[in-house]
Ligand binder design. Structure first.
Ligand SMILES: NC(=O)C1=CN([C@@H]2O[C@H](COP(=O)(O)OP(=O)(O)OC[C@H]3O[C@@H](n4cnc5c(N)ncnc54)[C@H](O)[C@@H]3O)[C@@H](O)[C@H]2O)C=CC1
Length: 425
């Protein structure tokens, strides 16, 4: 109720405001292209965004100290996340319908953080102060108004997304029922959720450990939905101090974790039942592919997955740095044994002796192996793993004639670089 009241108050304020003409959340009513032009014209004064974002948070926490508790102790990830959101907004503002859909989902997801619409007002005030102090005397009122309109458009979409999800919990609490260290830096966890947790095989969710409150990181759900109410996560710790380290090294059976709502479009569709599928998994990118395969082999037929046994074949490519890094072989073998139309190819980096290739980021043994195994333009492909591997595999498949709309993968995080046409005033 409180959230709805806040939302209505914010919407009234947004719609009745003077100064920057405030768009509502209807994409058709917002001239994003005009604001994009204005913002781009003065972008050089406030980029790179590191300084702007540091000032924004300093300003916000100085004026509203209680808001600090909504954020994790370490703000690096948060700052990078906000920089990406700004770039996403600015680059896509001429496509307001797309931007609105993106921020509606973000608003749905942000309910777990305890963010209320009133907090967006504080954010806007802090942003304006930070824009002015970062840009200096060459800043223009028109540019600031364009930023405000852009922000309000995004916020109105977030409020819509949060409102639409009021009937479901902001997040789900689960108990860890199994925690297996498959290698020093990798763990497979199972979590039991007492409340129904709606998701599809192939989706991902934000996860929070009580060891690092308010720091949420995305992991794929590595099991298809089933009657037991358990989900599986595959977590690799790539450095100290993060959520992955807390989940791999600091978590035990019986601990409580929180999960946000599931998202993602890398799911099986009805028409996939009769199609031949190509699945490509690198490292812990195996997690969503495992869930998809569980659904595909029909282990849980009639429980929200595919209604009948599929007629097509699956070619599955699993990549790892070495044999020791193939951390889920038993599950892979079990799945392969359940279906004679599933063909598994393992690709180990150590088996490959690349010739005339550049640094690791420029070369993907897994993508090469997929490309070598023949024409698949009629297949539908699911690709999951490190961003460079996903990029290389998608490029190979597209070059081999697979239509782009036959290839599904999770969003690949954009690098923190400005758009090529960003210009200074
Ligand atoms: N944990 C999860 O639920 C999920 C994780 N992911 C992502 O999958 C990735 C898995 O990481 P790790 O297990 O550490 O993978 P890894 O470093 O062990 O690599 C796994 C595979 O990816 C290939 N690869 C690695 N770096 C590459 C590069 N720069 N260019 C081309 N190919 C490359 C390797 O050849 C290998 O076949 C992470 O980026 C993670 O964000 C994706 C989906 C779900």
């Amino acid at each position: 109720m409180l959230a709805r009241h806040d939302a209505m108050r914010l919407r009234r304020r947004i719609l009745s405001q003077g100064g920057a003409t405030a768009p509502d959340s209807t994409p058709a009513s917002y001239d994003g292209a005009a604001d994009q032009q204005l913002i781009t014209q003065y972008l050089g004064l406030v980029t790179p965004f590191g300084d702007l974002i540091a000032r924004l948070y300093d300003e916000m926490f100085a004026r509203w100290p209680y808001l600090r508790s909504l954020f994790p102790e370490g703000m690096d990830f948060q700052r990078a996340h906000l920089a990406r959101a700004f770039w996403y907004l600015i680059e896509n503002l001429h496509r307001p319908a797309e931007v609105a859909a993106y921020f509606r989902q973000l608003g749905h997801d942000h309910r777990k953080l305890g963010v209320r619409p009133v907090h967006y007002e504080a954010f806007e005030a802090a942003l304006c102060a930070a824009l002015r102090s970062t840009a200096g005397p060459r800043w223009a009122e028109a540019a600031e108004q364009a930023w405000v309109r852009m922000l309000r458009f995004a916020v109105a979409s977030m409020v819509d997304g949060a409102d639409a999800a009021l009937a479901e919990p902001p997040c789900w609490q689960g108990t860890v029922t199994a925690h297996q260290r498959r290698s020093p830096d990798l763990a497979v966890l199972r979590i039991r959720l007492p409340e129904p947790y709606p998701y599809r095989a192939g989706q991902f969710a934000a996860v929070e450990s009580p060891l690092i409150p308010q720091a949420w990181r995305h992991y794929s759900l590595a099991s298809a939905p089933g009657p037991g109410g358990e989900v599986e996560l595959h977590v690799r710790c790539t450095g100290p101090g993060g959520v992955s380290e807390a989940l791999v090294s600091g978590t035990r059976v019986g601990d409580i974790l929180r999960l946000g709502p599931a998202h993602g479009t890398m799911t099986l569709r009805e028409e996939d039942r009769s199609r031949d599928l190509l699945m490509v998994a690198g490292g812990t990118g195996w997690a969503p592919i495992k869930a998809l395969l569980e659904e595909w082999v029909g282990r849980r037929r009639g429980t929200g997955g595919l209604p009948q046994r599929p007629a097509g074949r699956v070619d599955l490519f699993v990549g790892a740095r070495s044999r020791a890094e193939l951390y889920d072989v038993a599950a892979l073998t079990r799945l392969a044994a359940r279906h004679d139309r599933l063909r598994v190819v393992q690709v180990l980096d150590v088996d490959v002796v690349p010739e005339n290739v550049g640094p690791p980021a420029a070369y993907s043994p897994l993508a090469e192996a997929v490309a070598r195994h023949g024409q698949r333009s009629h297949h539908c492909a699911f690709v999951s793993g490190p961003p460079a591997m996903v990029g290389a595999t998608v490029a190979r498949l597209t070059a081999a004639g697979m239509p782009a709309d036959h290839i599904r993968h999770d969003p690949v995080p954009a690098p923190l670089i400005p758009p090529a046409d960003g210009r200074a005033a």
